[in-house]
Design a protein around this ligand. Structure first.
Ligand code: AMP
Length: 393
């Protein structure tokens, strides 16, 4: 475990806190402020200890260019509301504007949010000179952005080499504690549930999970690459052609390890992703799928997965079982959310869609830990060292 913000002397210091304020913003309005709320404990703590808080985050993918659509300015306003005190905003995260804003904040509000780090290509490139400039705004560095810890960027990795003291924020520490327990000593049976659209995103994770889990349940569009590998009819379902070989290898390795790797046995098929489309449930081997798409797991799969989930003592879940945003194809995901909530053991959910699904099913408060980092939590549970965590020492 890295040092915690609680181990630092913050009085009169500039505490540079890397947060994950990558919230959905449309036309200047914030959709869901969960990520802002998640770092409030660290921010409150630093303010109480007498620090000047310098907050930095990325927002979306502006690809290294200044773009008002991705400005963090609305986030500063929301943060001020949540804290009940003014929050300064710096129009840039480096140079004059940043330096001046931090100086001002130190004399006044004691809290400033810097503009989107990704307006500079050097952030994602982990450019050392850029990291040094960020470090120039800090007496101490705190990383509370667990959701970004799997990326070695200037604000998550490079900066640490230029500051005297670095530590994990309270959110980061809580994530590492919950996930670390599951990684090191999971109560068994340990079941991982993976869904969503892209196998490519999750391939390395699946490979890493194989030696750790007792069962791996696969759902969502990801299943179709495995079906194609098995020679089953997939119609127009999403398949990642170049990963068919990899899917075959995964099945082979699971077999060698005696791991239970389950794929859907039935699915809901429709001609297109549309709430009004006619749909029906078919066994996955049924050629009647024709040129339709598989868009949700069927009731047979739900029953099978529920029986495995029901006997688990540790569950991790990331990725929906179908196109859960559209009612006719949401049932599989909602049923799995309810089953996971019923587990008597440790349940960990990561990834925006799975979190939205448990919220939709009304069972959020029955989940042990909702991870703020989808990709980061998956990589961590897959045993990968996260650069943003390694850097903290
Ligand atoms: P990911 O970002 O890889 O976790 O994928 C999430 C997305 O996968 C969601 O928007 C779902 O609607 C989508 N999805 C899940 N199952 C399917 C499916 N069978 N066909 C098409 N899209 C799907």
């Amino acid at each position: 475990m890295p040092r915690s913000i609680k181990d630092l002397d913050l009085k009169g210091k500039r505490a540079f806190i890397r947060v994950d304020f990558n919230v959905p913003i449309k036309d200047g309005a914030i959709g869901d402020d969960t990520r802002i709320r998640a770092s409030l404990p660290s921010i409150h703590y630093a303010l109480e200890q007498g620090a000047t808080v310098v907050l930095a985050s990325h927002l979306g993918r502006p690809k290294g260019k200044r773009n008002p659509e991705y400005s963090l300015k609305p986030v500063a306003a929301r943060l001020a509301e949540l804290l009940g005190r003014p929050v300064d905003f710096a129009e840039d995260c480096i140079r004059e504007q940043a330096v001046r804003a931090v100086e001002q904040a130190a004399k006044g509000s004691r809290i400033v949010l810097l503009e989107n780090l990704r307006f500079h290509p050097e952030e994602e490139a982990n450019d050392s000179a850029f990291a040094k400039q960020l470090a120039g705004l800090a007496d101490v560095y705190v990383n509370d952005a667990f959701g970004s810890a799997h990326r070695a960027h200037a604000s998550t990795e490079g900066i640490v080499h230029h500051v005297k003291e670095a530590a994990a924020g309270l959110l980061m520490a809580a994530e590492l504690e919950h996930l670390g327990r599951v990684l090191e000593n999971p109560e068994r049976p340990f079941v991982a549930i993976l869904g969503g659209a892209k196998v490519s995103d999750k391939l390395e994770v699946i490979e890493n999970l194989i030696p750790r889990v007792d069962a791996l349940l696969i759902g969502g569009a990801m299943s179709y690459t495995f079906f194609k590998a098995r020679g089953l009819p997939v119609g127009k379902s999403l398949v990642e052609e170049d990963l068919i070989g990899a899917a075959r290898d995964i099945e082979q390795r699971a077999k060698e390890r005696n791991l239970r790797l389950e794929l859907p046995v039935d699915h809901v098929v429709a001609p297109k992703i549309d709430a009004g489309a006619a749909f029906e449930t078919l066994p996955v081997a049924d050629a009647a799928i024709g040129d339709r798409m598989g868009l949700d797991i069927g009731p047979g799969t739900v029953a099978l997965y529920k029986s495995i989930i029901g006997s688990a003592k540790t569950i991790t879940w990331n990725g929906p079982m179908g196109v859960f945003e559209i009612e006719p194809f949401s049932h599989g995901t909602i049923d799995i959310a309810k089953a996971v909530a019923g587990v008597k053991g440790t349940t960990i959910i990561g990834g925006g869609d799975s979190i939205a699904a448990v919220a939709k099913a009304g069972v959020t408060d029955r989940i042990t830990h909702i991870s703020t980092g989808g990709g980061a939590s998956l990589e961590f549970l897959g045993g990968r060292k996260l650069p943003g965590v390694v850097a903290l020492g």
